[in-house]
Ligand binder design. Structure first.
Ligand SMILES: C[S@@+](CC[C@H](N)C(=O)[O-])C[C@H]1O[C@@H](n2cnc3c(N)ncnc32)[C@H](O)[C@@H]1O
Length: 225
């Protein structure tokens, strides 16, 4: 069976979802810094859509910090949806956070149904990122922010090394982790020019693309017109 590692548009299998959640996801918290700064400004009672919600860490953290938000996560992988649903129930936020299986390229979401749309480390898996982002914009109400974070293909070696140092793996195998990260994660990620090109095609204003300081990540955002 082929792995998502080399065929990155495949849905994560249960074993891959477990490995990602256990080994890598704890480090992804660093990449979310800028995104969370933007989300805390959301109006009371806002509805947030997360595309490629994985094991649900971001949605559950956000719902725990902001008790007024309702959050929907969409993920291609049934295994990830199951993990995320269990995480939300365990954290006691299952009444405000739901996860559904679906494809970023054809979101099972009505037009303008959300006040904010976010996505972390998922777009590199989408077979057609431009179409997925157009779907994100479609799901967003006018004035709402779209914030996307992805591994930066042009990241600095030191930032990649610091990121991999936070993976939950024994130190002796970290050099292998760094090779995997540079090849299959950042190597398939976006760079600043990709971000600018993708944003330019969307119905967004106040767009920006920036590296996330001290991390191998890039954040791009805009406000729905
Ligand atoms: C690297 S994980 C990131 C998970 C989570 N956002 C995080 O930051 O930990 C990428 C996620 O994107 C999901 N994904 C891949 N292709 C997708 C698609 N076409 N539509 C929706 N989700 C997708 C995968 O199943 C996986 O859960």
């Amino acid at each position: 069976m082929r792995s998502v590692l080399v065929a990155n548009t495949l849905p994560y299998r249960a074993s891959e979802a477990w490995i990602y959640d256990t080994v890598i996801a704890p480090a992804v918290v660093d990449l979310r810094r800028g995104l969370e700064e933007q989300l805390v400004q959301l109006r009371p009672g806002a509805r947030v859509l997360e595309v490629g919600s994985g094991g649900g860490q971001l949605a559950v953290d956000l719902a725990t910090r902001r008790r007024d938000l309702t959050i929907t996560g969409v993920d291609l992988s049934a295994a990830q949806v199951a993990r995320a649903t269990r995480r939300a129930a365990k954290a006691g936020v299952g009444d405000r956070v739901q996860f559904v299986q679906g494809d970023a390229l054809a979101l099972p979401i009505d037009d303008a149904a959300f006040d904010a749309v976010v996505s972390v480390a998922s777009i590199k898996h989408w077979p057609d990122p431009a179409r997925g982002l157009a779907e994100c914009a479609r799901a967003l109400r006018p004035g709402g922010p779209l914030v996307v974070v992805e591994a930066d293909r042009g990241c600095r070696l030191e930032d990649a090394r610091a990121f991999v140092a936070r993976w939950r793996m024994p130190a002796p195998v970290r050099p292998l982790g760094l090779v995997l990260f540079r090849t299959f994660v950042a190597g398939q990620g976006l760079d600043l020019d990709d971000g600018r090109r993708l944003l330019a095609a969307l119905p967004l204003r106040e767009t920006s693309v920036e590296r996330i300081d001290g991390t191998p990540g890039v954040l791009f955002r805009g406000t729905r017109t």
